[in-house]
Structure formats: C-alpha cells, structure tokens
Design a protein around this ligand. Sequence first.
Ligand code: NAD
Ligand code: MG
Length: 394
Amino acid sequence: MVRSVSILGATGSIGQSTIDLIARDLPSYDVHALTGGRNVAQLAHDAIALNADVAVTCFDECYQDLKDHLSATSITVQSGAAAIAEVGMRQTDWVMSGIIGSAGLVPGMEVLKRGGTLALANKETLVTAGPLVMEEARRSGATLLPVDSEHSAVFQALVGEDMAAVERVIITASGGAFRDWPIADLPKATLAQASSHPNWDMGQRITIDSASMFNKALELIETKEFFGVDPAQIETIIHPESMIHALVGFNDGALMAHVGPPDMRHAIGYALNWPERKTLPVERLDLAKLGQLTFRAPDDARYPALALARRVMEQGGLTGAAFNAAKERALDHFIAGDLRFTDMARVVEAVLDNMSSRDGLENATMTLDTVLEIDHLARIRADEAVLALNTKDA
Ligand code: NAD
Ligand code: MG
C-alpha cells in the first residue's frame, strides 16, 4: 500500500533523517509536501528527488528563489505560515512535525483537527498547548505519535501496559556540552562551545538547549502532557552515554528501559512504521564493546532550567507557552551574542515572574488564540528582560 506523507521542517535535522528513511523505500510513499525555510536549494533538491507535489518555504522573501529552483518541474511552490498550515489541512496519511519552535503548533493542530496521523518531533506543540492538543486529538480521533527519542522510548515501553500500573517515568539526559565544566566557568561559555553535542547530531538550537538543559525542561513538560502522568512521577537522570533513552517504572518494581544508539532514525522510523516494526538502518549495539553505562543525579545549580520546568508543570495554564517563547527569545539573544549562556535561565525566570503576576498565566483559558497571544507577549517581555539585565550588568 502506498502511503501519502508530508514533512514539515524537511530541511532540518529531523526532516533530513525522515527523508533518509523515506528515500530508501520511495515506491512505498507518495510524498505530498515538503516545507522548509531559507535553505531553498536543499528544499528544491529534496522535492525533486522525492517527486513531491508541493514545496513550501516559510519565508515569503524566499518564494522567488524556490520558484526559480523548481522552474523546470511541475512542483507547486508556495510560501508563508498560512501555506504551511494548509499542508497540515490536506488529506495525507502521515505528517512529520519537524519544525523548530512554536511555529510548529498551528500546522500540527491542522493535522489533528482533521483526524490525521501526526509524528511529533516538535516538542513545543505540547509545551505550549498540551491540554488543547491532546483534547483535539481525542475529539477528532487523530493519531499522535511521539518522535522525541525519550518519548518514543516511553511510548514503546508502555505497549500493552496499563497506565494505572505506572509508578514513574525516567527521562535520561546526556548532560550536554558542559556537564563536566566547573559551574563557575559557565557564564563564559561561547556559542561554538554550546553548539557541539557530545553524542547527538542535531540542529543548532536544540543542541544549545541540550547544553543548558532547556531541552530536557521542555521534555519533562512534554512527558506530562503526552502521557498524562503527574509531575511527581517524572524523573530526570544524567546518562552521559545516551544509550538508554528513557525508563518506565511499574508498581511491581520493574523498570523497562529502551536502549539503542543515539540515532533519531530509530524514533522517526518507529513512528513511520507504527504500529508495525520494520527493519531500520540504525547501528546494532555491541554491549560487550560498550562495556558500561553510567548515571548521575542532575545538579540543580548547573541546570536551573529543570526547576523552571517543575514550576511550569505546577502553574499550568498558559505558563508553558510563556516559558517556551521566553526560552526561544533568550536563545535568539545568546546566538546573536548579546546574552551570556547562564543568563538565558535568568531571562526566562524573569518573564515567568513578570507574566504570572501581570497576565495571570495559571488561570487563563487555553485556546489556540490565547496561546499565540501569550507566545507573542512573552517574546516582548523576554526582550525587555534581556535589556534590563544587560543594563544592570553593564
Ligand atoms: P532544525 O533547526 O534542524 O530544523 C528546523 C526546520 O524547521 C527547518 O526545516 C526550518 O526551515 C524549519 N523552520 C524553522 N523556523 C520555521 C518557521 N518559523 N516556520 C516554519 N518552518 C520553520 O531543527 P531540528 O533539530 O530538526 O528540530 C526540529 C524539532 O524536532 C524541534 O522541535 C526539536 O526540539 C525536535 N527534536 C529534534 C531532534 C534532533 O535530533 N534534531 C531530536 C528530538 C526532537
Ligand atoms: Mg529528546
């Protein structure tokens, strides 16, 4: 059976791994749309290679360039956020949500609204609007499949299990680029240093978020929203080898661990083939060669993002939307070179403090509109917090 698929964020790290899997078995797929950003040459190349119907760049200013690249083909060219949302609306069997940031929320929701199947790498969807997203999936009968490696691992450990028997969910973390640095040196961490991950090869933004553990913070919230577990049941452990992706603890004391090499093609492939398992081109682990796996407790002083995630889970409501947007802006500023590495958490905390009292994040009604409003507002507040911090420190 040929399945129709679309890939949102096709030019990114997740998108390219998804394309790698699909290209290995192209006759089994009818590729509808690929979306990307400024990397127009890559997008056009892949649209041709996969014989896609539509190619979309999120930037209107890139439209002509993409059009020129595809002028000799019959591939439809579009641009802008609305065109990406439309990709979600169209009837396809499977959609990969591989956009980075809260921009992934609206197109993903379109897939859920029509009862489609959404493979969710975009963790921001659940962080910003978890209850809304899960409710929409229930209402429409959509299928939501986790692609974040930790959540895919938990999902797989839960096959055939009763959620009532789950005591705890343990999300592993590599500890990122700075796990062994003296804490006193962290303010001096440079963009280049934060952009290199010890184990995973990922997009730059998520790699920096791994160094600060904001990525793990997002994942703790994602765990709560996706699996409906209580925050008290969610744990994090530093596991420098990144071979165990998550563990689920049951009421009889059993811990089910998901073990595999750090290769996103496993989690992507699992979501692509679900509910079946099919052969995937990932390395088979040689445990004797691996020798040992190690674990250590996360240090709150090194990773303030983890405590912020706990706060977000406690406060609920629109706190996740504010948290994510403030984090995205703080990261923009760090990348631009006008915010120190350790100040990203200070900015996010300042935004949460400010908006919790002023904008009543906890008690606000969650709709797609209110989530997008808070996302917008939190970015402005984050810019203000960066300015205040830099003025104070200057
Ligand atoms: P990336 O930066 O490599 O790629 C992002 C993609 O989104 C690109 O195609 C880009 O053009 C597109 N994009 C960027 N901004 C956009 C916007 N405003 N509107 C529409 N499209 C936009 O990112 P990535 O590392 O592939 O991560 C994608 C998502 O998957 C993130 O949510 C990330 O947290 C999650 N994730 C990634 C990995 C990984 O290994 N890279 C692992 C787990 C989860
Ligand atoms: Mg992950």
